[in-house]
Design a protein around this ligand. Structure first.
Ligand code: HEC
Length: 102
């Protein structure tokens, strides 16, 4: 039983350390390179976790299905935590702002 307690304590401790770090470091505003528009905030929030938004901005103007394919790959292959319910908004934003518009 004792070791279960210890693991619990350790987890709490680690969670505490992790949350303390999250509140104490200053990250650059993730969305601030993205052009404004509906969905820019969401895109900045979820698409700058692993790489800079430059990855988005240097792409050729993709069609909607191509942007969808990229977002889908980021979620399913790489583990981007963008909720399924928000995919459309991000794909629409990418298509209108960095794509062909349709
Ligand atoms: C969990 C990490 C992660 C997140 C979050 C993430 N990406 Fe990526 N992304 C990657 C990796 C890894 C690569 C490089 C892999 C490759 O070369 O295919 C990449 C590459 C890209 C590329 C370059 C082209 C390509 O297909 O490789 C684009 C565009 C891109 N990401 C867009 C996005 C968008 C849009 C989002 C938000 C929906 C996003 N990423 C979120 C990991 C992530």
């Amino acid at each position: 039983m004792k070791w279960i307690c210890r693991i619990g304590m350790l987890a709490l401790l680690l969670a505490g350390v992790a949350s303390a770090e999250v509140t104490s470091i200053t990250l650059p505003e993730p969305g601030n390179h993205l052009r404004p528009g509906a969905g820019a905030g969401l895109t900045g929030q979820y698409c700058a976790i692993c790489h800079s938004t430059d990855y988005i901005e240097i792409q050729p103007p993709f069609r909607r299905d191509q942007w969808f394919g990229i977002v889908d790959k980021m979620r399913k292959a790489f583990g981007c935590p963008l909720p399924a319910a928000d995919v459309d908004q991000v794909v629409d934003y990418l298509t209108h702002t960095y794509g062909t518009g349709r």
